[in-house]
Ligand binder design. Structure first.
Ligand SMILES: Nc1nc2c(ncn2[C@@H]2O[C@H](COP(=O)(O)OP(=O)(O)OP(=O)(O)O)[C@@H](O)[C@H]2O)c(=O)[nH]1
Length: 327
């Protein structure tokens, strides 16, 4: 059975730290790969951002793999393995799991390592944690999940070096030296991809801790009609300014009146990225969709969003998801 085991790479890291970017880069390798993407928001966005679409892809949305939808991981892995066994030509030789940005990885390890059926068929090869240099230190100070992602990592991948200054680099290095002194660290994606890595031989089983306690919420919406780019960006900037520490992430795929292609919207760590075209793809909803992830009670944020967007929001598709284990 050992030679049949499918290697699993878990990609974790805080909101907006570069997990999907890494996933896309790994998918550029000519290795047949199955992908499981976990999104905290109710309306998934990441699958639309994948450069490769013709792969076994499962999206588990509306919570974290470490708590609300932990139970979904084992059956998903089982079903994929059965399909793999029954296919005339195995459709994949590697499994990549992207966790949500607010997930603690240990319950995922627990599923992969303790479930006898799964652990005899899948080999947990690596947990790679992405950390955006400009925002990682504040996230490590504030969120237990960010610390857990570092603590369980086999590899730390630093990202957003181009947006970081020397002070941010030095402070993060000192923090990681204290938190995870022995964990290999890569300064950028290219260095990570170039490194020849051996999967860790020995792996500790997580302790029997209960599900993690989060305090996150998400708000997912569909736009009922396309907006103009300046109009949308101005609304998003107003939200980022109005909620400087509670609004952790915005992402989405939207239709804009002044663009022919659907456009990808990204904001993380208060930074709003310029929208990028999702060339060759057709948005499956009229105006597109946006997901907001916050660390606070989402009601005032939802009210603010509704007020700002007015009738551009499809009210029937507005979903607020509050972490049920919030303290
Ligand atoms: N400038 C810069 N932008 C980056 C870098 N890595 C990723 N990004 C951008 O940062 C934004 C967030 O990246 P993602 O890969 O979607 O982050 P993520 O961790 O998957 O986000 P969530 O799934 O929402 O937690 C996107 O706009 C990326 O293009 C980097 O090294 N430098």
């Amino acid at each position: 059975m050992t030679s049949d085991k499918i290697p699993v790479i878990v990609i974790t890291g805080f909101l907006g730290s570069g997990k999907t970017t890494l996933l896309n880069r790994l998918l550029a390798d000519p290795i047949e790969t199955a992908v499981i993407i976990n999104e905290f928001g109710d309306i998934p966005v990441d699958p639309a951002l994948l450069g490769r679409q013709e792969l076994p892809l499962t999206t588990l949305a509306g919570g974290c793999l470490c708590c609300q939808i932990k139970g979904a991981l084992a059956p998903t892995l089982r079903n994929l393995w059965m399909a793999w066994r029954q296919a005339p030509k195995p459709p994949f030789r590697r499994m990549l799991i992207e966790t949500s940005g607010v997930a603690s990885p240990e319950p995922i390890l627990d599923t992969l390592l303790r479930d006898k059926w799964l652990s005899s068929r899948y080999n947990l090869a690596e947990i790679v944690t992405t950390l955006a240099i400009p925002s990682a230190l504040a996230q490590l100070d504030r969120f237990a999940e960010a610390k857990a992602q570092v603590a369980w990592a086999d590899t730390l991948l630093l990202t957003h070096a181009d947006l970081a200054d020397t002070a941010q680099r030095t402070a993060l290095t000192a923090r990681l030296d204290a938190l995870a002194p022995a964990t290999p660290r890569f300064e950028n994606l290219a260095a990570y991809l170039n490194a020849s890595k051996n999967p860790p031989a020995l792996r500790r089983l997580p302790g029997p801790a209960g599900p993690p306690r989060h305090g996150f919420s998400s708000l997912s919406l569909q736009l009922s009609k396309p907006m103009s780019q300046p109009q949308l960006l101005s609304l998003l900037r107003e939200l980022l300014t109005g909620w400087p520490s509670d609004l952790l992430r915005i992402k989405g795929v939207v239709r804009l009146t002044d663009e022919a292609c659907p456009m990808v919207i990204q904001a993380a760590g208060r930074h709003l990225y310029p929208p990028t075209a999702l060339a060759g793809k057709v948005a499956d909803d009229v105006g597109g969709r946006l997901v907001f992830i916050a660390s606070a009670d989402p009601a005032p944020l939802a009210e603010h969003i509704q007020r700002l967007f007015g009738d551009s929001i499809d009210k029937n598709a507005l979903r607020v998801h509050i972490d049920s284990q919030a303290p």
